[in-house]
Design a protein around this ligand. Sequence first.
Ligand code: FAD
Length: 824
Amino acid sequence: MKYLIIGGVAGGATTAARLRRLDEKSEIIIFERGEYISYANCGLPYYIGGVIKDRDELFVQTPESFGRRFNLEVRNLSEVISIDRSKKEILVNDLKKGSEYTESYDKLILSPGAEPIKPMLPGINQEGIFTLRNVPDTDKIKTYIEQNKARHALVVGAGFIGLEMAENLHHAGLKVTIVEMAEQVMTPLDYSMASLVHQHLKTKNVEFYLKTAVVSFSKKGEKIQARLDTSRQIETDMVVLSIGVRPDSKLAKACGLEIGQSGGIVVNKYLQTSDPDIYAVGDAIEFENPVTHTRMITYLAGPANKQARILADNLVMGNKKEYTGSVNTAIAKVFDLTVASTGVSGKMLARMNIPHLDTTIHVSSHAGYYPGALPMSIKISFAPGDGKLLGAQIVGYDGVDKRVDLFSAALRQGVTVHDLAFVEHAYAPPFSSAKDPVNIAGMVAENILEGITKTINWREIASCRENGNILIDVRTADEFELGSIEGAVNIPLDEIREHLEEIPKDKKIIVFCSVGLRAHVACRILVQKGYREVYNLSGGLKTYETASQRQSNEDIFEGDYIGHDDMIYQGKKTATVSAATNIGNLKLIDACGLKCPGPVLKLKSSMDELSEGESFRITASDPGFYKDVQAWAKITGNELLDLQQSGAEISAIIRKKSKPVQEIAQTGSKDATLICFSDDLDKALATFVIANGALASGKKVTIFFTFWGLNVIKRQRKPKVQKDFFGKMFGMMLPGSSRKLGLSKLNMAGMGSKMMRMIMRNKQIDALEDMIQTALDNGAQFIACQMSMDVMGVKAEEFIDGVQIGGVATYLEKTDSAGLNLFL
Ligand code: FAD
């Protein structure tokens, strides 16, 4: 038997080796267009980045060593240019000699792979613009970087390989900008999972533009200029196109083999093409996906290698072994993250009208009490009826690989989420928890299927809010202070049973916490207390916040310059660093392994033990800590001296800030009294802007809150108080706290005040609540008018801490020494 194999890398070389192991007598010839065979194409980005240092490591075999070991002929630099099926011959171009010849076969094997897509954009063929498929491409990129001392690279396309390239170019010392046409990176992931990757890329100082396409390239001096469809120009030293690949099925098509809708070679379950004497494997074939039952192409090395083994067996032993398709199990390292997926995403299932349910969980890589536990986010999709697993996506740091492999194996077996809940796994604290993340994903999904819990996803929150539904944040008050979903009320889980009277039964209730676990317990309490429409926000605040914040990271290199020392200095820093701070020997607080809110709670309790002016370093592994520590420092007035992220570890240095010294008014300075009469948000803001300004300039400030102004200083969560009928009526009609205030103009049913708050946030102006706290901290005296309280049925317990109750006399006394007296 004479076998000819076209393509000498993943599929081709593996087929040849297995053929020889099964059949010592046959003649086997490999034709490879390139110089190298059986090399590690998956390792190419890492060689460019310098992670793989020795180029020789990329070569698993040379043509000579492979030929010798398996007693076969490797004809490298030999391109097959056509197939004559009637004569069972191929036409070969010998690239070394520049001559052509024919070679006959009994059986022909096609493993030509896939080719990178290079769109016909103006200027795309100029020097410095690359694609990456093989060793020569790799050599060209590496040499170009070295010879041109490239400092900046533009990566077009943010798929798995695009991101691997971005990371490796960054590792090689280049600044990297990514431009991606889709609204997210890594399209096999759902948006909410990709958003975790977006937020991580931001911490790595990678610039990236989403929903943006490159429309042309041009030369500008030594630089390449890429014009985007937003009219923005990006100047760069080099470009790597990573837009995608397509099956290299030209030869097959030209000789009349059946080609499928996605452009791949059609094969049957024995990997035989429409010609019984020609078989095919790898990136060039299309095959039925076991989940969607549609024909798809899999561009992965694992399936190519496994197909090769089946194919060789069928050639030698007759068509006996069946290929059952790939569930596209893929994994990639993206800086410190590991990102993996298997099966089909929720987005794709929706596009294909395949009924499905999804759930997202955020868990730890292993037992939280054992050092080094790191967060892991998992989203699974499953069938609504029998709960059959349809897909899984994981973003995490540690242990992602073994979980995705478990999901992959489960998918191949057609298991249900009920089975996942009970998958038996090896457990000891350094490796997992007694309930592995895979089990937990199964259990949560099972709860959904069995109607024990109802969930909504982060996208539905906006419409829920508009429809007047109730959002309850069941985290602690400290966590709530750090930020929540706008419009949410805070009822900590442990207090929910005492507040049932305040939660209406006729409204839809959306409950959430950090990740969904406490919310699940709260939902179960409410449901068992007779509430019918209770929903847990899937993935909790973590998913909501990650997915709803800004995703792209634009213009971060603006203002960069090259210093006299030839180093690039960046105009914008990601960390708040106070270089001049003498921090001395710092106490280290280890909050690694704690999940939100653990790190912040540890931060608070550790800070309580410090004296003013002392600092400590705290390390945490929960990614949310990067943002939380900044918010916490702002809220508490402590000073964040340094914030860094290295690997999965976030490190912050915080100094307990001395209380501002109260400057007593100097001779000639007068005090200020303000009357806060209105509960319009804008007027309340004006009151506190003036009050804080007056305090800053050394004045003593007294604010007298009367009538509607009392609503400004109501606490958000109030204790139960006895009220008469009118008090209760007023209580229902009036804003419950400063967070509920509307604008005096253009309020538009609350939209105006939300916009105002959003704009203030964007412009980094303190919120009203921060201003109120600042005024109190700086010694402002708040007096609530006793008479107004009596009339409106407001009780002292409803106010924030620090409010005194007084009458008009108290106020008038203060006006005596005031040079400023305002009515707002
Ligand atoms: P290939 O391995 O690409 O081999 C095809 C060979 O056929 C080529 O060498 C080509 O020169 C030759 N050829 C084509 N036409 C002819 C002709 N007419 N005559 C002679 N020779 C011809 N997959 C993963 O699973 N994980 C990863 O981490 C991963 N990383 C990757 C990183 C990079 C940079 C690249 C390019 C790919 C990566 N892949 C990865 C994909 C993986 O390499 C492919 O899925 C796999 O190699 C496909 O095997 P194949 O045999 O079909 O094609």
